[in-house]
Design a protein around this ligand. Structure first.
Ligand SMILES: [Zn+2]
Length: 318
């Protein structure tokens, strides 16, 4: 009898697949269709991949994990995606609030950045932001700032994914004296992170009101050359809309059809998204041409599926 039981145990052990981790929780929320809520669920992980999701009893039967984490009162869910950040600006928190966007930028933020932004500032500000995002369940973020290579290093250090764009703006800033310098920096950034498993490098002209048409076109050309996303603030405020109407006789999102400087691919992408103005930079993901690895494309699909989750600033979206 003992021999028979040993045989059964051995057969059971042999049948179980190896896994690095099994995580179990009161609820498991699946991300892929059909989306499900599994009560008393579990997830098996091997390397950096989820290999199975199901009921805890099913996963325990199928897998022999090296380690496990059981959280009977928790929810396991796909990571949230923050589609618009300037992560390092967490260090400016509280210096100016409840203002019109233009006053906020020109009287407070741009001067504060001129005095304070450095690689160290960006590293520590991004580290803080990553810690806060992870505490809230965010695992991917879309960022536009200066020294974006440092943002990428901090994101990877935190184990986060990032769609990250080096900022191009029409006045001297901490990492570039001119837009031409910023474009060169963006070029190097795109080349450095082109094949990174966690980072999707992007080009980020700040806005149509802080860049010349020539710079916007150059930014679009650079993004196209790398098949990279282009991130931009677009149609944030009534003032931006009014200025665009006065200058181009079109609102910022419609401007490309008039042959102006806005990136056509971005514009078309925004239109296809079917979303409102707040979707402007999210829309850029939809315009990506597919010369990407399957894995990179899957990451972008993930960002697209989750759609825009943006913080509303006074006077518009930021
Ligand atoms: Zn912004």
């Amino acid at each position: 009898m003992r021999l028979f039981c040993s045989f059964l145990l051995a057969a059971f052990t042999l049948a179980a697949e190896p896994a690095d981790w099994v995580w179990s929780a009161r609820y498991v929320l699946t991300g892929a269709a059909p989306r499900r809520v599994i009560e008393n669920g579990a997830v098996a992980v091997r390397g950096d991949r989820i290999v199975a999701v199901g009921s805890r009893s099913d996963i325990d039967r199928r897998f022999q994990p090296r380690q496990r984490l059981d959280r009977p009162d928790a929810l396991i869910a796909p990571g949230l995606v923050n589609t618009h950040t300037h992560a390092a600006m967490s260090l400016f928190r509280g210096i100016a609030d409840d203002l019109r966007l233009q006053d906020w930028l020109e009287k407070y933020i741009f001067p504060a950045e001129a005095k304070n932004v450095s690689p160290d500032f960006v590293r520590w500000g991004t580290r803080l932001a990553c810690a806060e995002m992870l505490l809230g369940g965010t695992t991917t973020f879309t960022d536009m700032y200066y020294f974006e290579d440092v943002v990428a290093e901090a994101a990877k250090e935190a184990g986060m994914r990032g769609v990250l764009g080096e900022t191009i703006i029409g006045f001297p800033v901490a990492d570039a004296k001119t837009p031409a310098d910023a474009l060169k920096l963006a070029d190097r950034f795109l080349a450095r992170f082109a094949a990174d498993p966690l980072i999707v490098p992007a080009v980020a002209p700040h806005a149509i009101y802080t860049n010349s048409d020539e710079t916007l076109k150059a930014a679009r050309a650079l993004a196209n050359r790398y098949r990279a996303p282009l991130l931009i603030h677009l149609s944030e405020t009534k003032r931006e809309n009014d200025e665009s109407m006065a200058r181009r006789s079109r609102d910022p999102q419609s401007a490309p059809r008039g042959g102006s400087a806005l990136p056509v691919e971005q514009h078309e992408a925004g239109q296809r998204s079917g979303a409102g103005r707040e979707d402007a930079d999210v829309g850029n993901f939809r315009g990506i041409r597919p010369r990407r690895s399957r894995r990179q494309q899957q990451r972008l699909e993930h960002v697209r599926r989750d759609g825009p989750r943006r913080q509303v600033a006074k006077g518009g979206y930021a």
